[in-house]
Design a protein around this ligand. Structure first.
Ligand SMILES: NC(=O)C1=CN([C@@H]2O[C@H](COP(=O)(O)OP(=O)(O)OC[C@H]3O[C@@H](n4cnc5c(N)ncnc54)[C@H](OP(=O)(O)O)[C@@H]3O)[C@@H](O)[C@H]2O)C=CC1
Ligand SMILES: O=C(O)[C@@H]1CCC=N1
Length: 272
């Protein structure tokens, strides 16, 4: 990674997080470039990270080792087709677009080494987690480059089957939103129980942070940590029983199933 040159196509939220992570890991500004149609977006990433930005995607990828596709899934076909004439066979393409398969990208780009990933927004704080899948064209060195790119913003986990990315999207790609929803709901419930809004918010947020840190650092699993909070016949038991009577686990399974299904459906709809 020390002298890898990387171009980001699309300089929105996820690209900015990745660029921030790479800069924090010591990559020089000269090693990173980004292209985006938005003049404001270009000015922002350029000012924040000191990198060169381009309005023209083909210009941005000249001479780089890795091309990161960080545009919305709906824009992927047009972006890939426009890059095709300029891409060199040795350039690694890393896509972070939800629900766009390697087969679709290969169809649009031509034969090219591709790593498809699914990061998540805590990447902004270098607390992200990403699932990665590599096509057979990807060399060991390129795998390392992709690994280092995604590890700059958190943990990177390699997958054996591309289809598993639908499940990764359901669990961790979309996952931060589920925890935010829980924080919102716990805050609203706290207010209904008589707490001021800011206090309820502080309690819910810090509890989420503390619980997540315990789950990550503890050598016992989440169910044991939960058991340790749950005094027999106490308040936690009353809450957990209420959650479960409402079908909590089945609801979570259904919600994640909907996300995974949508990921596969997007591949079908946008992959042509
Ligand atoms: N947000 C999330 O939680 C996650 C998102 N992803 C994936 O990351 C990708 C990017 O998402 P996110 O960063 O949130 O999206 P953003 O909309 O913030 O960023 C995409 C950027 O790409 C720009 N863009 C549009 N068309 C082109 C083009 N032809 N060439 C170059 N740039 C272009 C957009 O400009 P403009 O706005 O002017 O159109 C925008 O600035 C998506 O594919 C998404 O599926 C993956 C994991 C998590
Ligand atoms: O909602 C989405 O489609 C994207 C992918 C994962 C998170 N955001």
């Amino acid at each position: 990674m020390s002298n890898t040159r990387i171009a980001f196509i699309g300089a929105g939220n996820m690209a900015a997080s990745l660029i921030g992570g790479l800069r924090a890991k010591g990559l020089e500004a000269q090693q990173i470039r980004a292209s985006d149609p938005g003049a404001d977006t270009r000015a922002r990433v350029s000012a924040e990270h000191g990198i060169d930005t381009f309005a023209d995607n083909a210009e941005a990828i000249e001479g780089v080792d890795v091309v990161v596709l960080a545009v919305k899934p709906q824009a992927m076909k047009a972006v890939c087709e426009s890059l095709r004439p300029s891409l060199k066979p040795h350039q690694l393409v890393v896509s972070i677009a939800a629900g766009i398969t390697c087969a679709s990208m290969t169809h649009w780009l031509g034969a090219q080494p591709i790593v498809r990933c699914m990061p998540n927004t805590p990447a902004l704080l270098r607390k992200g987690v990403s699932g990665l899948y590599a096509t057979s064209e990807v060399t060991a060195q390129q795998r390392d480059q992709a690994q280092e790119l995604l590890s700059a913003v958190g943990i990177a986990v390699w997958l054996e089957h591309e289809q598993q990315l639908d499940a990764v999207t359901a669990v961790s790609g979309s996952g931060p939103a589920y925890f935010f929803l829980l924080i919102e709901a716990m805050t609203a419930a706290g207010v209904k129980l008589g707490l001021p809004q800011e206090v309820a918010e502080q309690l819910a947020e810090q509890t989420a942070l503390g619980a997540a840190q315990m789950a990550v650092t503890s050598d016992v699993d989440a169910s044991e940590l939960r058991r340790r909070v749950t005094s027999p016949g106490g308040t936690t038991q009353a809450a957990i029983e209420s959650f479960q009577a409402g079908g909590f686990e089945a609801l979570v399974e259904k919600a994640l199933g909907a996300a995974a299904h949508r990921s596969a459906e997007m591949a079908e709809q946008l992959g042509k």
